[in-house]
Design a protein. Structure first.
Length: 195
């Protein structure tokens, strides 16, 4: 891969986007060059989609905390991003790792606190009884299936981008999507809905 200097890429992108809304790629290059307004625009543009993704994986309070961690990681890592055109998959990969780290830490804490002979049982159905039916159905899905479903359908990312974010082959993403759709269909049918 040929590494372009940010200044040359910026000139090329300025010509391409002249008269149009700035692309994420241009904003990334400008932010890498130290332009605060470009970074602010990136954050403003992607704040809600990132929070929505994290929120669909965690509850609202944890989503706020994890989303802040995501943006801190983005600010720290943006200067090292070598492919500005891959910003969105890179961003959601950071979000995915942050969610995974949070879930692992909570899982480890929960198992440390369980006395011998007891079991750690979390009933996500009771915890989300007041939420909308779709959100409830999503939370009952296993994390891997929920993740690809959220990225593909709710964040509108391609199968290739989902594969890159999840660090799995495209075929694995497709099989997880298929399994997630089947599981959701079964949940809806159990509740009396017909597909």
């Amino acid at each position: 891969m040929v590494r372009r200097e940010p200044e040359r890429l910026l000139v090329r992108l300025c010509l391409v986007t002249e008269g149009m809304r700035m692309t994420d790629e241009l904003l990334v290059v400008r932010a890498q060059l130290g332009e605060q307004a470009a970074l602010a625009e990136l954050v403003d543009r992607w704040r809600v989609p990132v929070w929505s993704y994290v929120r669909r994986m965690l509850d609202a309070q944890r989503a706020d905390d994890v989303t802040q961690e995501v943006w801190l990681a983005v600010v720290r890592g943006l200067p090292r991003l070598r492919a500005p055109d891959r910003f969105v998959p890179w961003l959601f990969t950071i979000a995915r790792h942050s969610v995974t780290d949070r879930l692992r830490a909570e899982y480890a804490r929960a198992h440390e606190q369980v006395a011998p002979g007891e079991s750690a049982v979390d009933d996500p159905v009771e915890a989300i009884a007041d939420r909308a039916e779709l959100i409830a159905a999503l939370t009952r899905l296993p994390v891997l299936e929920r993740e690809v479903l959220v990225l593909f359908y709710l964040e509108d990312l391609s199968v290739d981008d989902c594969a890159q974010i999840c660090d799995v082959p495209v075929g694995t993403v497709k099989s997880r999507l298929n399994r997630a759709r089947r599981m959701l269909r079964e949940q809806w049918e159990e509740r009396g809905y017909r597909s």
